[in-house]
Write a protein that binds this ligand. Structure first.
Ligand code: ZN
Length: 280
């Protein structure tokens, strides 16, 4: 039987994504640095915590919540995905019940109505969650969620891990070595590799460490193998790969998804067009 492994769009072997929590004004600076390097990412917003229009940042504060108009300008760019983080940033695993469900669903409804964009992802405030919270997310139409659990192996989430998506925090001491390994190690045999970095952008302001994250982007840009995507673009692409329908002899595949799928089969590379078939 042929051995089929995932490649990312353009026959790339690696993908990079980021996410940022809390919807704060330093997200604007982050987005401008990301744009310079073609990096895409996801911003997890609390719809009940935006600053009133005209709010001025107090002297000495690293960051304050975005106003809705600032957020509308920032998220007019499709490189930056809007995801939810609970209306009021509750510790959902601790409050539970109707309060948790309301905070989840109300955030999705409000963000979608405010920004006119579909919201499908979630970051757990305080990384507080349990099986009930995961089920509330699923029933509320969310397809993935991230906490603060750490991951350093570049493996894509398994199907039972989408509501427990793991990444690495930008201040993690192992990040520089991980970025080096991600950029320099060839990925010849395995499914596409993913590096997922998350942060609160006030941390860069607080530590004056914007140069450090820009250094990560520079390093990544040296590698021509990387597909930059938002969290949900990664999700949709992996689901499309896993949704391919193979002929019984594994010599041809049908792609029912809305994105083209790239794969490696034995020693060859193949693209299965959206809605079409191809020999592999
Ligand atoms: Zn938060």
């Amino acid at each position: 039987m042929n051995k089929v492994t995932l490649m990312f769009p353009g026959f790339r072997t690696k993908a990079f994504t980021m996410s940022f929590d809390d919807g704060i004004d330093t997200d604007i600076k982050m987005a401008s640095i990301m744009k310079k390097y073609g990096v895409k990412g996801t911003f997890n917003l609390n719809s009940g915590l935006f600053s009133p229009e005209g709010t001025v940042k107090p002297e000495g504060r690293d960051a304050i919540p975005l106003t809705v108009s600032q957020a509308k300008e920032l998220f007019s760019d499709p490189s930056f995905e809007i995801a939810a983080h609970g209306s009021c940033h509750h510790a959902l695993g601790h409050i539970g019940g109707a309060d948790a469900l309301f905070d989840i669903l109300n955030d999705r409804i409000t963000l979608e109505q405010t920004f006119g964009r579909l919201v499908r992802g979630f970051a757990y405030p305080f990384s507080s969650y349990n099986d009930d919270v995961k089920e509330m997310l699923r029933l509320s139409g969310f397809v993935w969620a991230r906490g603060d659990k750490r991951k350093t192996d570049f493996l894509l989430p398994r199907e039972d891990e989408w509501y427990d998506w793991k990444g690495i925090h930008q201040m993690d001491g192992e990040l520089p070595a991980l970025v080096d390994r991600f950029v320099n190690e060839p990925n010849l045999y395995y499914h596409g590799q993913l590096l997922y970095v998350w942060a609160h952008t006030y941390e860069f302001e607080h530590d004056n460490s914007w140069d450090r994250i820009e250094g990560v982007f520079k390093k990544l840009s040296e590698c021509g193998e990387i597909w930059y995507a938002t969290n949900t673009e990664i999700y949709d692409y992996v689901k499309a790969f896993r949704g391919l329908v193979y002929y019984a002899d594994m010599k041809r595949a049908y792609n029912p998804a809305t994105v083209d799928v790239y794969l490696r089969c034995d020693d060859g590379q193949f693209m299965i067009p959206s809605g079409g078939e191809a020999d592999i």
